[in-house]
Design a protein around this ligand. Structure first.
Ligand SMILES: [Zn+2]
Length: 324
């Protein structure tokens, strides 16, 4: 099958209590690791490209890599999505260039400007069957060019006006997740019996209030990596320096996926798996210099972590057929 938009996926995900994984792609090994996992698990998937990814790898290379994945994985539905589109022109260029879904992120602007710019993107996108994600509230943290020192939670009282005023297909909200590998400061956390830092819970009260106001409407969570401590350890034991990297507990994401959250964005966990694996390889094999030798285990570990997310966190393993 060819690339699809996110409409059918979100309908099924909403109805059946799971979420679609949205994984960021920047090069061939990442595209392969993710899609091989989805193929084996028979899972629908969203491959997303940020402004930073387009600057790094070039729009055409990314589109062609994703098109190659579509050919290699003919039985699973794949969406090509723009992550954090900064303005109408970037969204338009992606729509014209083969994307099947875009995000317009005007969340740091006043509500009325956010509505106006988002509506403009929706009007253009829908002419081409492209679905649109908007955002209300801001996430703290750093992700490519998107950076905020402090976040602000989504105000549930704004959501109906925003969705009605724009016609968006899904809405990203801020309930305590954040971008990057340092989502919480140690002082925000409590320590459990094993001595592991436990971050504060996501604001499920806001999620539930938003869902009450927007029945049957798909919600998106950004910044939802869990920062697996095994990989943080692997990085740190092999010359890296990532003290106090903390993510969102997977049980909370599983809980959100059972509710109205239909798309969960995961990027840092894949970066960590890749970097940890390569650092370990270099440490153990200082004589090796063939990129294929260290990219191969990195790709294999990306695949493993994605499989785990599909099965144990998102709940979308085995759901490819119903999303077609
Ligand atoms: Zn994001």
């Amino acid at each position: 099958m060819s690339l699809v938009n996110s409409k059918k996926m979100f309908e099924q995900a909403y109805k059946n209590g799971y979420a679609i994984g949205a994984f960021n792609v920047n090069n061939m090994e990442i595209v392969q690791g993710i899609t091989e996992a989805c193929k084996e698990e028979n899972a629908p998937v969203i491959l997303q490209v940020s402004k930073g990814a387009r600057a790094y790898a070039n729009h055409t290379y990314l589109v062609k890599l994703v098109e190659a994945a579509v050919i290699e994985c003919p039985d699973i539905p794949i969406v090509l999505h723009l992550d954090h589109g900064p303005d109408f022109d970037t969204c338009k260029s992606c729509i014209d260039g083969g994307f099947t879904s875009v995000m317009i992120d005007y969340s740091s602007h006043p509500l009325d400007e956010n509505i106006e710019e988002t509506a403009k993107v929706v009007e253009y996108a829908h002419k081409y069957g492209v679905t649109v994600e908007g955002e209300l509230g801001t996430l703290a943290g750093i992700e490519d060019e998107v950076s905020h020192a402090v976040g602000s939670y989504t105000r549930p009282e704004d959501v109906e006006k925003f969705v009605k005023g724009t016609g968006v297909d899904s809405l990203a909200i801020a309930i305590g997740t954040s971008h990057g590998a340092y989502k919480f400061k140690p002082e925000q956390c409590t320590v459990n019996e094993k001595g592991i830092l436990v971050p504060p819970a996501l604001r499920f009260d806001i999620l539930k209030e938003v869902s009450k106001r927007l029945p049957n409407f798909p919600i998106v969570l950004h910044g939802s990596s869990s920062v697996p401590q095994e990989y943080v350890k692997m990085v740190n034991e092999n010359g890296g320096k990532m003290p106090n990297a903390i993510g969102v507990p997977e049980e909370q994401l599983r809980e959100a996926a059972k509710l109205s959250v239909c798309k969960i964005n995961i990027d840092s966990d894949l970066r960590l798996a890749m970097t940890g694996t390569i650092r370990k390889f270099f440490n153990e094999h200082p004589d090796k210099f063939d990129p294929r030798e260290y990219l191969k285990p990195a790709r294999a570990n990306i695949k493993e972590i994605v499989r785990h997310k599909l099965r144990d966190v998102l709940g979308c393993a085995g759901k490819a057929d119903e999303c077609k």
